[in-house]
Design a protein around this ligand. Sequence first.
Ligand SMILES: [Zn+2]
Length: 436
Amino acid sequence: MRWTPLVAAVLAALACALVPAAAAAADVTSPVTTCDAPVGWQRASFVVHFSATDAGSGVAAIWAAMDDGQPVQVGGPAGGSLEIPAPADHSFDGVHTLRYYSTDVVGNTETAHAAQLRVDTTAPAVSVQAAAGYAGRAVTLSFRVRDRLSPTARELSLVVTDAAGETVATAALGSVSTGERRHARWTPSAPGVYHYAITARDLAGNEAVSTAAPVTVKGLITFTIGRSVRGRPITVTRFGGSGRRLLVVGGVHGNESGAPVARQLVSYLLAHPRALPARIRIDVLACANPDGYARRTRGNARNVDLNRNLPTRNWRRRLDALNEPGAPGLTGGSSPGSEPETRALLALLRGRFDVVVSLHSRGGILDCSGPGARAIGRRMSALSGLPVGKLWYDPYITGSLGRFVPERYGIPIITVELSSSRLGAGMRAALLAAAR
Ligand SMILES: [Zn+2]
């Protein structure tokens, strides 16, 4: 029985030695901490939740540190949380690094995890510029979004309202990178004053609405008033809506500068809608004699001088050398208004105008006929540099537009004898000033 106490003592000693040693060896591992930090941009304060597990002695504390700050305890064995601020004064805007870790009961410390927190309380800045335009043609506006933090703005949208505040167009403009200039187009169906507003939202959901200065969309229509002897269309481009009505006729004589200059006027007004004076409507019949223009002849395809074919009291079929100097072989037509080109012009004139300007070349004068014509001519002279005057053979001219317009309608007509086929700024200003 002597061995029994010994065995018991050895067993007891082993038990005493082994049990604490085995317990201490069981927890050399650190806790594991997870959190629910959001991935994207936040525009309001939010709470990050933590939870930690430990295989051995158990979680003692959860710690967190923001950016370069000191760690603070944010939780314990049951988990923890931390509120992330997003003050309206934008003072916490930016990308922050959240470090977090836990310790266990016996002092094991977890290697810190890091999460990025993105806070943006600042709305993007949108700038919009809209160009003037014409009804029926696309109007372009350009815009740019700047956002200090979010790299892109999304869900951009455009709303166009008319002067009465009615929405006339909306468009989704997609996403845009900050700083990038983009363009949008829309086609107004009617002239008027339009307001443009673009809404932009950044990745955090901050929203900004920006408006452009109101833009005037002017009227523009193109219509065909007839066809030439050879079937070519005779077209008019009408700029503007109401106001004083100016008709500019070019190309009655196909071998002169009237048609190219009238076309340059059309091109200019299309490219520069703001150049169109207010309360003025301008009809440009750029090429009244398309067959003659195609053949570079003074007359039309039937050798009729269209500027001798109008139904004036002095119309004549036969044109003598004084009536038509330097252009033998032309006639005034078989009857007044016998030519389809003339009839198209007559129909247009019945629509009523306040002033007519007819473009010819190359006399280098402004021939003024009808009531008030000289005052208009003097204004145009000051702008264009061409003198007011008469062609030397004026008394012999029959059936001309310059005679017909005052005779039939009692309105002024300025026959411009151009000295250049290029429409310079002075002549352009003079033509636009004719309607004032
Ligand atoms: Zn001419």
